[in-house]
Design a protein around this ligand. Structure first.
Ligand SMILES: O=C(O)[C@H](O)[C@@H](O)[C@H](O)[C@H](O)COP(=O)(O)O
Length: 245
């Protein structure tokens, strides 16, 4: 069976079972972070896969100390927060509207569609201020992966892939003819925990490449995710698992 060379692999029946396990594991992760450092900082993934996890967090809200949890976005679309495509809106509807998290603990990417560069600089400054410097020791970064092997908004053959001197950047994505906003690979790789939540047969080929011997991160950006000291966890639905090589 094709497996990742880095990190742990767990195979699940479907995205629902991934979501239940991730929610169950988030409870002690948050408790331990808060006990150790007084705060739990999480970078949320966008897209559709993590929606159920966010709903489960809301359903199990009594298990989380929301006053000491800080939520950030690993990436965002270049749209306003009420837009259907907004990752912030997706999280707000699935979780934020239903849990007692203080508004001051929710760090939305301050999108100005007309000035993506300024937006990125502003969010990067927020990250540095909140973390007290350039090393973002996230307690958890949640990630999805596209069928083109992108993660966050690190898309193949885009500038953000090489933005190793930055933490958060605007990223022109030709195939969408628009900008995205994204954490850079170094900003993700400083995390204590990185969890990929991936499901769907459409991701199978991309995972085959990402886990394959050929290292080509500009083609398969999820290969960039190699936490320097933290734990990498692949939570994969069986329908996304590559055929045995
Ligand atoms: O803004 C986004 O779309 C996400 O951050 C993106 O990186 C997502 O995780 C993948 O595209 C997978 O998306 P699905 O979960 O919808 O398959």
């Amino acid at each position: 069976m094709t497996k990742p060379t880095l990190g742990s692999l767990e195979v699940f029946d479907d995205i629902a079972s991934i979501s239940r396990q991730a929610c169950d594991d988030l409870i002690p992760l948050c408790c331990d972070a808060i006990a150790a450092r007084g705060v739990c900082r999480i970078a949320l993934a966008g897209g559709s896969t993590p929606k159920l996890l966010y709903r489960l967090m809301a359903e199990n809200q009594q298990a989380f100390d929301w006053a000491k949890i800080e939520l950030f976005w690993g990436d965002e679309r270049n749209v306003l927060p009420e837009d259907d495509d907004s990752n912030f809106r997706m999280v707000r509807e699935a979780m934020l509207d239903h849990v007692p998290i203080p508004e001051a603990n929710v760090f939305r990417v301050p999108i100005d569609p007309a000035d993506p560069a300024a937006t990125a600089l502003q969010y990067e400054a927020t990250l540095k201020a909140q973390f007290g410097g350039d090393s973002l020791d996230w307690d958890l970064v949640l990630l999805g992966m596209g069928d083109d092997a992108h993660t966050a908004s690190l898309f193949p053959q885009t500038k953000a892939i090489d933005a190793n001197d930055r933490l958060f950047v605007e990223n022109w994505v030709e195939k969408f003819d628009t900008f995205r906003q994204t954490l850079t690979a170094p900003a993700i790789n400083s995390a204590r925990n990185v969890w990929f939540l991936i499901g769907g047969a459409g991701k199978r080929e991309a995972l085959q490449h990402v886990w394959g011997a050929r290292q080509a991160p500009s083609e398969f950006p999820s290969q960039l995710i190699r936490p320097s000291a933290g734990k990498l966890r692949w939570m994969i639905a069986i329908d996304a698992m590559p055929e045995t090589a």
